[in-house]
Design a protein. Structure first.
Length: 329
């Protein structure tokens, strides 16, 4: 049983009890409105409830005009749908089409238009949607632990990818299926989705740390894909490949650290300086391979630049409260 179902049940029961206590006929309609108002995040709930409330007022206004002018006939409901739905959409409240229909159909069922009946519909809206909003705002499940798990999964994929790149540089004949790239991409998208929900649960001061972290990883994954294209051009073992392989071995450990260590960056700068002092290639084949390795180093520098751009101080709070370090390699 999902937590949203439990919230929906609580909001439905609360709204029906309140509507019955207020003496509103067919109080179960408040439960239907509550069901429509329950959402997965606080911010989305606020947005949805507002849209449904104002959509219902627009629909109620149009419905009253049609009923007053044409009477309470079934074909008038068809006219309401024909003209009311486009009007509500143009008003910017398309999420409230169903809610407005519930209210208008209630007025039609009573076959009368009085101030008392109209006020009852507004009361019903406030009780039904208000109960949903109350339940949503009282409690939302904490997702920090789940997101931290996704981050650990992403970091693990990155670490394996860098080890495989290092191994391929040392042994170009080694065959790697690259399944970790697919896994990393799926985990990053999952993390972005979870981070977005987490932000929407904080209406006043949303924390963007998780969002920033997964966007960083998404950018870096694009850089890694470019590395893979360059890696495919390294078809012969060279000492240069072995040297760059050590960089990726270092990075496979750095990527699991809580902060941007800068170790790989320093080693890369030293290696690039060493490359400049080496003799030029003596064959076209060696030239092509060394060129691919050099471009791979430049792509690695871009990857590290992305990590450095998001650098933030290490947090020493307890582990359960710690937010992601946005400067991880």
């Amino acid at each position: 049983m999902g937590f949203r179902i439990i919230k929906t049940a609580a909001a439905t029961l609360l709204s029906i009890l309140l509507a019955a206590a207020a003496g509103i006929p067919n109080a179960q309609s408040a439960g239907l409105l509550a069901i429509l108002g329950v959402e997965t995040t606080r911010k989305r709930s606020l947005r949805t409830i507002t849209a449904r409330f104002f959509a219902s007022l627009v629909g109620l206004f149009l419905g009253c005009i049609l009923f007053f002018a044409l009477g309470f006939h079934y074909w008038v409901l068809g006219l309401y749908v024909l003209f009311g739905f486009p009007l509500i959409v143009k008003s910017g409240f398309k999420e409230g089409i169903v809610t407005s229909s519930v209210i208008v159909f209630r007025v039609f069922g009573q076959a009368d238009i009085t101030v008392h009946i109209l006020l009852q519909q507004v009361e019903l809206l406030i009780i039904g949607l208000g109960s949903a909003g109350l339940v949503n705002f009282i409690y939302m499940p904490q997702t920090g632990g789940m997101i931290a798990g996704i981050r650990k999964e992403v970091d693990g994929y990155f670490s394996v990818i860098f080890r495989q790149i290092a191994r391929t540089l040392r042994d170009p004949a080694y065959l790697w299926d690259g399944k970790e790239l697919i896994g990393a991409g799926e985990a990053v998208e999952k993390g972005l989705s979870a981070a977005s929900r987490e932000m929407e649960n904080h209406v006043i001061h949303p924390d963007e740390a998780w969002n920033v972290y997964f966007y960083m990883r998404k950018e870096q994954l694009e850089s890694i894909q470019n590395m893979m294209q360059l890696l495919s051009q390294v078809y012969r073992q060279l000492p240069h490949g072995d040297m760059v392989g050590e960089l990726f071995d270092q990075l496979s450990g750095d990527v699991l650290a809580e902060e941007y260590t800068g170790r790989t960056e320093r080693l890369l700068e030293e290696l690039q300086q060493e490359f400049q002092e080496m003799e030029l290639p003596d064959s076209r084949e060696e030239f092509e391979i060394r060129s691919a390795i050099l471009q791979l180093c430049r792509e690695l520098a871009l990857y590290l630049k992305i990590a450095k751009r998001y650098k933030s101080p290490v947090d020493h709070r307890p582990v359960k409260d710690k937010q992601p370090s946005k400067g991880k390699a």
